[in-house]
Design a protein around this ligand. Sequence first.
Ligand code: F6P
Length: 348
Amino acid sequence: MKKIGILTGGGDCPGLNAVIRAVVKKSAKNNWEVIGILDGWKGLIEGNIMPLTDVNISGILPRGGTILGTSRTNPFKEKGNVDAVIKNMKKFKLDALIVIGGEDTLGVALKLHKMGVPVIGVPKTIDNDISGTDYTFGFDTAVSIVTEAIDRLHTTAESHHRIMVLEVMGRHAGWIATISGIAGGADEILIPERSFSIDAVCKNLKARHKKGKKFSIVVVSEGARPKDANQFVIQSQEKDEFGHVRLGGIGQRLAKEIQNRLGIETRFVVLGHVQRGGSPTAYDRVLATRYGIAAVEMVKDKHFGKMVALRGYKIVPVDLNESVTKLKTVDMNIYNVATTFFAKPHNE
Ligand code: F6P
């Protein structure tokens, strides 16, 4: 008989509940108990938990968000909180901790592992920027939401002969912009991995309109930066416990600049948290379910300090060390698929 704790940390994403459900159901097969830790690391510091049973996880597979709640609490930020985490691991008699999170949450998991805490990581984020895995769950759902938005923007852009700028999430990696942009047929895609020249963007759009096109769609990641800018466009200077400022505003800035330079009516849309909300796609439900099951198997095999990862079709354990030290940015071969559809390439 083992007892497993599970928590969800960082920004939420569709598929978190599917992991929780799979962990509980798979553990029940082994007669293991699972407890849910509320609101990420905060819950383990404060000792806030809920029992997770076959009965109280009923119906959560298609539900977005996380029934456990989440937070961006960093136990290493305040003295005494790591001790509290370790004390509560003992108090709740946990044999293992399954941590579902992105770069920051898994970074904490790795540090705790090095201190002897038996952790297993599960990679989540709509941004798809965790190294060591081909995909994180949540990404496919975000891409389908953004693609639908691009389709909808196309019809209104076409009717009004406008340029529409769509700002999407992606702080350091432009996966959502690139993949949705390809799927939706964007005429310009701007990502954090390549700073851009507004001149070149406008030249591209001008060339397109010169050919007779009467509208354009521009997709921009929140973390994309013009070449001459030395910092992100931000919403607020205030930093979270992992040192991140809140990004946002590049879409609006870009739309204004494009309209001024080209004299074509331009509007912007910020999709924001719509990209993270709601029900996961079938792909994300299956990936999240496979991750949950593999995480329990890894507890059984004592693969602590590792993270479940998708490599091709297989779910494999990878070192947390490998996954949290470097972000997985957009593969330029894929980005270049997108640029093939621009009227003029701009990112040599
Ligand atoms: O989950 C990561 C992310 O989607 C980033 O792309 C974005 O910058 C961030 O979340 C915003 O999250 P929040 O508003 O919850 O801090």
